[in-house]
Write a protein that binds this ligand. Structure first.
Ligand code: AMP
Ligand code: ZN
Length: 433
């Protein structure tokens, strides 16, 4: 059973708890002494580093949320001198403001080590050719898998997204054995390959896929295997904790959260109480060693549970189940986070639009499509087809720039969309995952 870091990955649980406590204590002490943001947050909750005497005392610490990053945009949470930063990533936020994440060299190394362990647990190693078809750029997917792949010694192809026929040529010509992308994109690639007369199981060496950034199911895993002979592993992460980090192992039964790097809690989203293994709640992660922007008890907003029992692979870190939804209204469109509030924010920058809008999400083929219906202001109504098309294209461009994902816009006459007396229901999600 190969491990990337056997000693740590199979460490007895009591030793792991001791290590987690030492790291947490170091982290909390550093932040209390050196960061206004974290000091204030701890002081408001009436907790001091001296109150942390075991890892279970983590529950005394206050939670963090995405709004902490947004409210301190762009770099108010950075806890190291700016000259120690080596990278920024940026993901879409809950309003027009994005979420900025900063990294020191140690943060990048820790993230890469985590991805390396995860890739090895999926069976990817030195002999593999890993094609990374996540976006390279502000999104963490591309570079995250890239650095982890290089760390395990695989030959990495930085293919990024799009150009599907070319992706399939690369898989054939460069003898790709493993691929990393969103599950919907991989299913799309299977379809494109079929149209090109390429059968992944017979005509390529591709055998492993590391799929994430959006929800998917075990039924999709079985479909992928039946259609392509490729074993699909689930990978999870979020930019705030670094990026994609944790995968399921060869047992394909839950994603291992490397315990020396991150501490996992499941909490009741209403009360904030910690829930025991087996119970579903909001995933909350503390990254124990992050330097630039440490995340303590970060409420990720995804619903899952910690799985009970030990894993047959021998890793002692906790495993989480597939993510089963969100506690907020965040949509995931082609792997990109989209908040209805961010759509509203982008729409309202256009002087001819109102705040009456509806979002519909479809999955006709393997990929997601989003339609945004929005009402025009009465004085913007026109009989000119050209005028309407111009407004539609301008709005589509503005949304694409704001959200990093395309949406079709339908301009609607004033007073034509539903009004709500209670909480507005702006999203109709037609997808069946
Ligand atoms: P980002 O910060 O842009 O990387 O987005 C992170 C969010 O994407 C997570 O909080 C999840 O909601 C979603 N996500 C990432 N990986 C998965 C996965 N394997 N399954 C379901 N949702 C995922
Ligand atoms: Zn395992």
């Amino acid at each position: 059973m190969p491990y990337y870091n056997e000693k740590i990955e199979t460490m007895p649980k009591d030793e792991l708890a001791k290590l987690q406590y030492q790291e947490l204590k170091k982290l909390v002490t550093r932040l209390y002494d050196s960061s206004v943001f974290y000091h204030t947050k701890m002081a408001e909750s009436g907790v001091k580093p001296a109150d942390i005497t075991s890892i279970t005392d983590i529950t005394k610490l206050p939670f963090m949320k995405k709004t902490d990053l947004r409210d301190n945009y762009p770099d108010g949470l950075v806890c190291v001198p700016h000259e120690d930063l080596v990278r920024y990533h940026v993901s879409s936020g809950t309003t027009g403001k994005p979420t900025v994440v900063a990294y020191t060299q140690n943060d990048i190394d820790l993230w890469s080590e985590c991805v390396a362990r995860s890739l090895v647990s999926c069976g990817v190693g030195k002999k593999d050719v890993l094609q990374v078809c996540y976006g390279y750029g502000l999104f963490t997917g591309g570079l995250g898998l890239h650095y982890g792949g290089e760390k395990v010694g695989a030959t990495v192809i930085p293919a990024s997204t799009g150009n599907s026929e070319r992706q399939i040529e690369l898989i054939q010509d460069l003898k790709t054995t493993a691929i990393a992308c969103t599950p919907s994109y991989f299913i799309h690639l299977i379809d494109v390959a079929k149209k090109m007369g390429v059968d992944f199981s017979k005509d390529t060496l591709l055998r492993t896929a590391v799929l994430g950034a959006e929800p998917w199911t075990d039924a999709m895993r079985r479909y992928i295997y039946a259609e392509s002979g490729v074993t699909a592993h689930n990978i999870f992460g979020t930019s705030e904790i670094s990026g994609p980090m944790f995968t399921d192992c060869s047992e394909l039964n839950g994603m291992h959260i490397c315990g020396d790097i991150a501490y996992t809690e499941i909490i009741d989203p209403k009360t904030g109480e910690q829930l025991p293994p087996g119970e579903k709640g909001e995933l909350t992660i503390t990254v124990l060693k992050k330097e630039a922007i440490p995340m303590i008890r970060y409420r990720i907003g995804d619903i899952t549970s910690i799985l009970e029992g030990d894993c047959a692979c021998g890793r002692t870190s906790p495993r989480i189940d597939r993510l089963q939804g969100r506690v907020d209204d965040m949509l995931i469109i082609r792997g990109i986070n989209v908040f209805p509030s961010a759509i509203e924010h982008a729409l309202l920058k256009n002087p001819y639009l109102t705040s009456h809008f509806m979002i519909e999400v479809f999955r006709t083929g393997p990929l997601d499509d989003m339609l945004v219906k929005v009402e025009l202001k009465p004085d913007a109504m026109t009989d000119s087809i050209n005028g309407l098309m111009e407004m539609q294209m301008r709005t589509e461009r503005a949304l694409r720039d704001a959200l990093n994902v395309s949406a079709k816009i339908e301009l609607c006459p004033p007073n034509s969309l539903p009004r709500f007396e209670g909480k507005a229901k702006r999203v109709i999600d037609h997808r069946v995952i």
